[in-house]
Design a protein. Sequence first.
Length: 278
Amino acid sequence: MTTTIGAVDTDRLLKAKHRAMWALGNYPELATDLISGLGPALVNACKVRRGDRVLDVAAGSGNAAIPAALIGASVVASDLTPELFESGRSQAAARGAELEWVSADAESMPFPDSDFDIVMSCVGVMFAPHHQSAADELIRVCRTGGTIGLLSWTPGGFVGQLFATMTPYAPPPPPGAQPPPLWGSEDHVRELLGDRVTDIAARTGTVTIDHFSAPADFREYFKSHYGPTIAVYRAIAGDPERVADLDRDLDALVTRVQRAPGTAVMDWEYLLLTCTKV
C-alpha cells in the first residue's frame, strides 16, 4: 500500500511539474508565430467532417482543435495545462469556432471508452512522460473504426536536436519518463499502438520557420516563449558559465541547420501518422 501511494504521489508531482512548465512563457503565441499550419494539416489527414466527434489531446491553445471545429465537428480540446485555454478561447471566438475545453491528463483521460470518432494530437501527446500509458488512452477513447491521428517532431529533425542539445543542461528525467521525440519514430508509434489499429499511414513532412533573422533571435525567443527551454535555463541560472555554454550550443544548432548562412531560416521535420482503431 505504501508503494502504491508513493507512486501516485510521485506521478502527481511529475504532472504538476509538467503543467507548470507548459504554463511558462507564451506557448500560444509561439504556436501562432511558428507552426499555425500544422493543426490544419493534421485535421486534413484525419479527414475530419461536419458532425464528427473529435478529441484533440494535449491541445494547447487549439492549433488543431479550432480548425476541426470550423469544419463543423463537435470538438473537445483537452490539455494538462488549462492556463493555455484562455488564449485558445479568444482565438476560437475571433474565428467563430465553438468547442469544449477540458483539463485532462493524456495518460488518464476523463472520457468514456469509445467516445470519439477521431482522436488526434498535434505535437502534444508526445510530451506525456509515459508513452505507453498515453497511447493506451488514445486507443481507449476512440471508437472501433475511428481514426487516430498524430503529428510529432522527429528525433532527427530540428526539435529533436533541440531537446538533445538541452538535455545535458537539464535535471535528470524521473524514472520511466521517455524522450518526447520518440513519438516522431514510426517504429516506436507502431510498437505503442500494436495490433489494436490497422491501416497505418505515415509520412514525414517539414514546416518552414522563417520568423528569425539570426540564431540569437531564435535563442532569445525560445528563452522567453517555450516552457521546456525556460525550465532548463532556470535550472542552471546559478551557473553563468553553463548558461553561456547553452547559449552557444543553441546558436550552433541553428547555424548548423539553417538553409543558408546568415538566414536562420529552418525546416523542422515532423511525422504525421494516421490509423484506424480495430
